[in-house]
Design a binder for this molecule. Structure first.
Ligand SMILES: [Zn+2]
Length: 525
């Protein structure tokens, strides 16, 4: 039983308010066994104890990203082309063309990450753009939000799609001026094409998870919630857990309603272990703001569009009730005010007989005051993405009127209502999933172009760090992480600068020095 003591550290933890002043942490068998000052804990250093001097560096509970599509992050490093860096349609089409030529073995060209806001072309790619690359091989190109996609003619042909194809409820298939589909699909209609793409194998999914995990380590992320897991991915996670190779605290939230599928998936079994848990199921009530598919009460700026409400109330209530009866919690994606109102109404109806089950709203982009009061009263928690402000701020400014923009991702108001609020990245919706970027955006409310978005909703560094540690652990139902206390997992991140001490402008440039999981150093800068 090896013992590790880290001394001369600036320990930051958030249990029962913000605590500091301690400089020494003792770890044994993957758990924290003591925290205090070196002069008190020195007797714990026996022969054989590994002693590390942290040189005064900050040591925190490992970061916990409470909403991140783990396998998709890994997929963009392995099997799918990442086009998030494209600054124009032209540049993106060149990238896809190169990828197509360099990968003749692929049956489908799949890519993700375009964001047309700021492009000189000023519009989304459609079938005719992708046909310039090839009409012989299918191309499926997913927008950064994952709620919109474009397909080329070959993909439409293989999916047997024409103007008469029935569109599933909660989806849109765009029709061009010529009366035939132009290749752009939104929300549930993505499934019309995506269900024809050969599914990844379980082994491929595991490769993606490992690739993502490597990046997480380098960013100090020791725990993550995958918020949209299908049955095969769930099996992959279970197998990795059983074989002892998870190496990351994973909380999986299975989806019940597949896009384009006629029948819901079976309810998953409730499962909790040290490395892996399944305690919540996922629904999508609307789309995203950056692509104008989040369901709004008013219209998007300078348009007649309201976004898309995806759920059928009766089916949602039926599936939600079944999940609650089986001991599971509910997590529902809701961004627009109309979607949030719909979800809260359903949660209120469902939650009375099941007060203890987890109820989360994912994103919570545009809640009204009355929604926050209702959430607080019903014990509804949320996972929000301040990092959207920095990366997607330009979309928000382009698509939202001032009134909406002024209470976009209103984290301070949400916290003031006493709502359990975790922070997260939703990567790969954003390309930089660094938790410290999310902390910086929560504190500065500045987008990457330097504009402030609802600056009165800024929160303090301490509250933002809590959103990536303690509150993220609480929302995933795991009380053994998120704080530095005896008995907790020894999942830690050491930073080169103390986030409590630096200027807000320096927060996002703080570097991870070391990451520990279960008392083992898995990353060193
Ligand atoms: Zn997401």
């Amino acid at each position: 039983m090896s013992r590790l003591i880290i001394r001369n550290a600036s320990l930051l933890s958030f249990n029962n308010g913000f605590k500091t002043g301690n400089d020494t942490l003792a770890i044994e068998s993957g758990r924290i066994i003591a925290i205090g000052r070196w002069n008190e804990l020195e007797p714990l250093a026996e022969a054989g104890t590994e002693l590390i001097d942290a040189g005064g560096k900050a040591l925190l509970p490992g970061f916990n990203d409470s909403h991140i599509h783990i396998w998709k992050v890994g997929n963009l490093k392995t099997f799918m082309l990442d086009v998030r860096s494209a600054k124009s349609m032209e540049e993106m089409l060149d990238m896809i063309g190169d990828y197509h030529r360099q990968n003749p073995q692929l049956g489908w060209i799949t890519c993700r990450g375009f964001n047309e806001a700021g492009w000189k072309e000023g519009r989304m790619p459609d079938k005719s753009d992708l046909d310039k690359i090839t009409t012989k091989k299918p191309i499926f190109l997913i927008r950064t939000c994952a709620h919109i996609a474009a397909a080329n003619s070959k993909a439409l042909e293989l999916s047997a799609i024409d103007a008469d194809t029935p569109v599933p409820p909660g989806g849109v298939m765009q029709i061009g001026k010529d009366g035939i589909p132009n290749g752009i699909f939104s929300e549930t209609a993505l499934g019309l094409v995506s269900k024809h793409i050969p599914a990844y194998t379980k082994d491929e999914l595991k490769i993606m998870i490992r690739a993502a995990r490597q990046q997480f380590y380098s960013l100090g992320i020791t725990a993550a919630t995958d918020p949209a897991v299908d049955p095969l991915l769930l099996q992959a996670y279970h197998e990795m857990n059983l074989s002892g190779e998870m190496g990351l605290r994973v909380n999986a939230i299975p989806i019940l309603l597949p896009d384009g599928g006629e029948r819901p998936f079976d309810l998953p079994e409730y499962f909790v272990s040290d490395w892996f848990s399944v305690n919540t199921v996922k629904f999508f009530s609307d789309g995203g703001l950056s692509g104008k598919t989040a369901a709004l009460k008013r219209t998007y700026k300078n348009t007649a569009e309201h976004g898309v409400l995806r759920l059928q109330r009766a089916q949602y209530l039926e599936l939600g009730r079944a999940a609650l009866e089986n001991g599971l919690g509910l997590a529902t994606h809701a961004i627009g005010d109309a979607a949030i109102e719909f979800v809260i109404g359903c949660y209120q109806e469902l939650s009375k007989p099941f007060p203890g089950n987890i109820k989360r709203i994912e994103h919570l982009g545009l809640p009204e005051e009355k929604h926050l009061n209702a959430m607080a009263a019903a014990g509804i928690a949320t996972s929000m993405q301040t990092i959207f402000i920095s990366e997607l701020g330009k979309n928000f400014r382009q698509y939202l009127d001032q009134q909406y923009l002024d209470h976009c991702y209103p984290v301070k108001s949400v916290l003031q209502h006493g709502i359990l609020t975790a922070l997260s990245s939703d990567a790969p919706v954003v390309s930089d999933l660094n938790p410290l970027k999310g902390v910086a955006a929560a504190v500065t409310r500045r987008d990457n172009e330097g504009f402030e978005i609802a600056p009165h909703e800024a929160i303090r560094v301490e509250a933002a760090l809590k959103g990536y540690t303690l509150s993220a652990a609480a929302i995933s139902g795991n009380a053994k992480m998120g704080t530095l206390e005896p008995g907790q997992y020894a999942d830690l991140v050491m930073l080169d600068k103390d986030p409590m001490q630096v200027d807000a402008s320096e927060l996002s440039s703080i570097k991870v020095e070391k990451t520990y999981i279960n008392g083992i150093c898995v990353y060193q800068a």
